[in-house]
Design a protein around this ligand. Structure first.
Ligand SMILES: [Zn+2]
Ligand SMILES: [Zn+2]
Length: 370
């Protein structure tokens, strides 16, 4: 009886090992079971790709506007009806700021913008940093774009990052804002004590988003040129798996040309009100903090594209993705699983679990016997 069982087991093991020999060892670049989507996507035309990206861009802008409108309306509603604030809530807040800090346009533009962006950066970025330093709450690690990285973050690198970010915000940022104020005054801008209408703010924000995309994409690509990369942009790429506050961890010259410059284009073109500039800068900082966070959280815009840029260096230079598609600088990204995950997750399932690197249900591809 024992002998029979052993024979059976031996035969089964022999069958298994024969089957193993039939399996291919895949070389890099070969088709593997997780690549079926990638092949299907490659057969689509450039026009279809462009349309898909445009739709995604509209979705991103649309979502941002809807969230902005919803937040504004619900905040206004709650403040007015629950806390008894009066009808013109936002104007009242602006009046209060003018009453407290004065209505000097220089102070509001230069120091006001610096303080507002500083608070937004370290408020939101600080929360992400706490997650990275203490590695808690543990369940959020399931949402990591690059699992196993910065868990926890190295102290020395973190301190170096905090130092340079502060340097850029204060030593570089304040003189930049002074120059910006001078240019805005030359151009002429809205210094009225009355806030612009909601519709006009929305219009300006859309213009700012598009101008920033162009400014950031081309200046960023320029910094990847071999003449400039090593001296300037390499610093930002020290973080192959970024954390939130590395968003403006960059060479000061790059911070001026590629970070602050493109953000300032919109307000300069439109002659925006200082309050609109505060709102726009806060939106930009929240967006770039999320893009560098290393976490793809549910109901947050996808950070996959810029994270992929840090991982692979020569892909996904833009923010919205349209210029990357037009210039073909996102081909590897589009052929990766990261692209399949590049969407706002509307459920609590982590993107890496919803769309795993290798599909567990896919059939293993075998080589034909010659
Ligand atoms: Zn770069
Ligand atoms: Zn970056």
């Amino acid at each position: 009886m024992i002998t029979m069982e052993t024979d059976l087991q031996r035969r089964k093991m022999a069958d298994d090992s024969e089957e193993d020999e039939d399996l291919c060892i895949m070389d890099e670049g070969d088709l593997y079971q997780g690549d079926q989507d990638m092949v299907a996507r490659k057969t689509t035309s450039d026009a279809a790709d462009l349309w898909t990206t445009l739709k995604k861009m509209l979705f991103v802008i649309g979502s941002a506007i809807i969230i902005f409108v919803a937040l504004r309306n619900s905040l206004t509603y709650h403040l007015q009806h629950v806390w008894g604030a009066s009808g013109n809530f936002w104007q009242q807040q602006w009046d209060r700021i003018l009453y407290t800090f004065g209505d000097d346009p220089f102070v509001l533009m230069v120091y006001g913008t610096t303080v507002v962006t500083f608070l937004v950066y370290w408020g939101a970025g600080g929360l992400y940093t706490l997650m990275d330093v203490f590695n808690k709450p543990a369940f959020l690690r399931r949402y990591k774009v690059q699992p196993g990285t910065n868990e926890p973050v190295e102290t020395y690198r973190l301190i170096k990052c905090i130092f340079w970010v502060n340097f850029n915000q204060i030593i570089i940022g304040i003189p930049f804002s002074m120059g910006a104020y001078y240019l805005m005054t030359l151009r002429g801008y809205d210094q009225s004590p009355h806030l612009p209408t909601f519709g006009w703010v929305l219009f300006e924000l859309i213009g700012c988003i598009l101008l920033e995309e162009a400014g950031f994409y081309y200046s960023h690509r320029l910094f990847h040129h071999r003449l400039f990369y090593k001296r300037f942009h390499k610093m930002h790429h020290e973080w192959q798996s970024p954390i939130s506050i590395t968003a403006i961890y960059s060479h000061p010259l790059e911070h001026i040309i590629s970070n602050m410059g493109p953000v300032f284009l919109g307000p300069l073109v439109f002659g925006s009100h200082t309050a609109t500039i505060w709102l726009w800068c806060s939106m930009v900082y929240l967006s770039t903090l999320n893009a560098h966070s290393g976490y793809h959280l549910p109901f947050f815009p996808s950070p996959e594209a810029h994270d992929f840029h840090h991982l692979k260096f020569n892909q996904c230079y833009g923010v919205l993705g349209v210029l990357d598609l037009l210039h073909g600088t996102d081909d590897k990204f589009r052929a990766s699983k990261c692209f399949s995950r590049h969407l706002m997750m509307l459920s609590l399932t982590p993107p890496r679990e919803a769309i795993p690197d290798v599909d567990p249900n896919a059939k293993v591809i075998k080589c034909k016997k010659l």
